[in-house]
Write a protein that binds this ligand. Structure first.
Ligand code: F6R
Length: 606
């Protein structure tokens, strides 16, 4: 999704902006641009396409100056083009703006701005014209008033970076429903939509809250609330290391992140697994006050939610349901003060998930979130947070975050099983020991990477792939299928294995690969029999399973046997092999795995 960087200081802005934009590439974008204040005026260079295109233009037209803003755009209003790229400026080029989000009423604002002439199809351009309309006197107070007057008129979501030609040393930042951080340096300050853009320069940041406006120069940062009152904020210390945002010898971030899993799972467990206060810390020592638990997320996070809900549904006297955040909001769910909403999100900024959280809070539900990005909107607005401590996940396709979301749910579920007496203390200890084994079992699977690579390479010509499973395995089938769609652009669909006969089996022929996930003992034969039905229709069969038996081998063209573990934890292991499978198919097909087409890392618009 779109990315913002801004710089004000003593150094040349252009290289810093380009470096920040390069760090934001992973979020997905289709064009980029920067605006730099030369001391006299604002100069803008922008281009459709990747950053290299922008750099090519800049090599012929270097922008000199120590104040600037930059943007990577992911098209919403208007196709990717040079003209639609940000920054956008007012006609007199006094005001330049970059924007993440959507201005819902931009058309009606455009109609009101009768004196402006518009060059782009974007909603963002109206912001520059609107601020310019209200900006009547070259004073910083008047400029701030103009920004407030403009945002008062705007409906929608926005993170904005604004510069004005009358102020060669001032940067303005505005936040509503889209993340924006201010990086605090020495004689220089930064803004960014994502801390990865600035961790090369500073570890101190202010996290802007909704409605806040910041006035920033090289030495000072003033933050005002929605009523223009100065607020004082605490510095947020960024503890992510720079290496974790670099590829470190791997061809793609996705592979690096897959291989980080033993370590990050181990780190998570060392903080949480044996913590006797785990439930106390999230204010959940008892579930007596709750009648309903919803678990919500989008995409991969929704798949983790499905696993969590299936496991939590064993708790007595409580209704548990996993819901897609994008649907949840519109389904009129029953929510009251006896509802616990568990929100799952890697970025902590996904628009639909955040909206589900806000709706639940309005109805007095308690919100517990499972989040990666510390200080993100979802983390800040939740009553309690479990941080999954994955470090930055740069690859658009989520891998380590999913495993840690599931790990967080496992630890939560085991603790709740214990307090709700679903299991004995003895069983609890046994499950803890099993969880402790997971990092080394993940390593065992990763050590067999080559086996999966060879299998994946056999299926490069498949155009259609079904993933099937039952129970928890079905949720992993969905996650495996999503990964393949995202990075290998193959048509792939996950089915609950028992549903095949009710329609989809009509599609099976020798052009289709069926990936079967079989880790749950009670359904081995059932899923296997569905796979046999596919085989007899000439489908190709790849099975990921805990079962090492001749029946499986007879049915499968290829199989991957994962290590033995308690069966509620086995789906996580099966998923690691499916991550590698999708990766090697995408690699074999020659795709840019970390930046899949049409996708964005953090989906901050609905
Ligand atoms: C899949 C993927 C997406 C995200 C989804 C939610 O690989 O990355 O499906 O899982 O957009 O994002 P977060 O977890 O940031 O809320």
């Amino acid at each position: 999704m779109c990315g913002i960087v801004g710089y004000v200081g003593l150094n040349e802005a252009e290289p810093i902006l380009l470096d920040g934009l390069a760090k934001l590439e992973y979020r997905g974008y289709d064009s980029a641009g920067i605006a730099v204040h030369s001391g006299q005026k604002i100069n803008i260079v922008k281009s459709k396409g990747k950053l290299a295109e922008l750099q090519k233009k800049l090599s012929q037209n270097e922008l000199k100056g120590t104040l600037g803003i930059g943007h990577t755009r992911w098209a919403t209003h208007g196709a990717p083009s040079d003209i639609n790229s940000h920054p956008h400026a007012s006609n007199n080029c006094k005001i330049a703006v970059v924007h993440n989000g959507i201005i819902e009423n931009y058309l009606s604002i455009k109609e009101e701005l009768t004196e402006s002439s518009f060059t782009s199809d974007t909603d963002t351009e109206v912001i520059a014209h609107l601020i310019n309309k209200f900006y009547t006197k070259a004073t910083i107070e008047n400029l701030l008033d103009a920004v407030y007057a403009a945002i008062d008129k705007m409906r929608g979501t926005y993170a904005l970076a604004i510069i004005c030609s009358d102020f060669p040393d001032k940067l303005i930042a505005v936040k509503k429903d889209n993340p924006l951080v201010i990086g605090v340096g020495k004689n220089e300050n930064f803004i960014a939509s994502d801390i990865t853009a600035i961790i090369n320069y500073t570890r101190d940041a202010y996290l802007l809250d909704d409605g806040e406006v910041a006035l920033i120069d090289a030495k000072n940062i003033k933050i005002f609330d929605k009523d223009k009152t100065l607020v004082s904020k605490k510095i947020f210390k960024i503890d992510w290391d720079i290496e974790s945002a670099e590829k470190g010898g791997y061809d793609f971030f996705m592979l690096k992140e897959i291989f980080e899993q033993p370590k990050v799972i181990n780190d998570f467990l060392s903080i949480n697994l044996y913590d006797e206060n785990f439930l106390h810390k999230i204010n959940l020592e008892t579930l007596e006050n709750f009648t309903r638990i919803y678990i919500v997320g989008c995409g991969t996070a929704y798949h983790a939610s499905l696993i969590g809900a299936r496991l939590l549904s064993k708790l007595p006297n409580i209704f548990v349901s996993a819901e897609m955040a994008s649907e949840f909001r519109y389904n009129e769910p029953l929510i009251d003060e006896k509802t616990l909403l568990i929100v799952i999100s890697q970025s902590g900024e996904t628009a639909d998930t955040l909206a589900a959280l806000r709706m639940a809070k309005e109805k007095n539900a308690r919100v517990l979130s499972i989040v990666n990005v510390v200080g993100s909107s979802i983390a800040r607005e939740s009553d309690n947070v479990i941080y999954i401590t994955a470090g930055p996940e740069i690859s658009v396709a989520s891998t380590k975050a999913f495993s840690l979301q599931v790990m967080a749910l496992y630890v939560l579920v085991c603790n709740l099983y214990k307090v709700c007496k679903v299991i004995s203390t003895e069983k609890f200890l046994q499950l803890q020991n099993e969880l402790q084994r997971i990092p080394s079992l993940v390593t065992e699977i990763l050590d067999r990477e080559n086996e999966i690579k060879i299998m994946a390479e056999k299926y490069l010509s498949c155009k259609n792939v079904f993933y099937i499973g039952r129970g928890l395995d079905y949720f992993i089938a969905r996650e495996g299928s999503l990964k393949l769609k995202e990075i290998a652009y193959l048509y792939s669909q996950a089915y609950a294995a028992g549903e095949l006969k009710h329609g989809p089996i009509a599609l099976i022929d020798d052009s289709i690969l069926i990936v079967g996930v079989i880790t749950q003992k009670n359904i081995v034969e059932k899923t296997l029999s569905n796979l046999k039905e596919c085989k007899s229709r000439h489908g190709k069969i790849f099975i990921v399973t805990t079962e090492n038996n001749s029946d499986i081998k007879n049915v499968a063209d290829d199989s991957f046997i994962i290590p033995q573990i308690s069966q509620i934890f086995a789906p996580l292991l099966a998923n690691i092999s499916l991550q590698l499978f999708a990766y090697y198919i995408a690699k074999g097909l020659g795709y840019d795995i970390d930046k899949p087409r049409n996708l964005a890392k953090s989906v901050t618009v609905e």
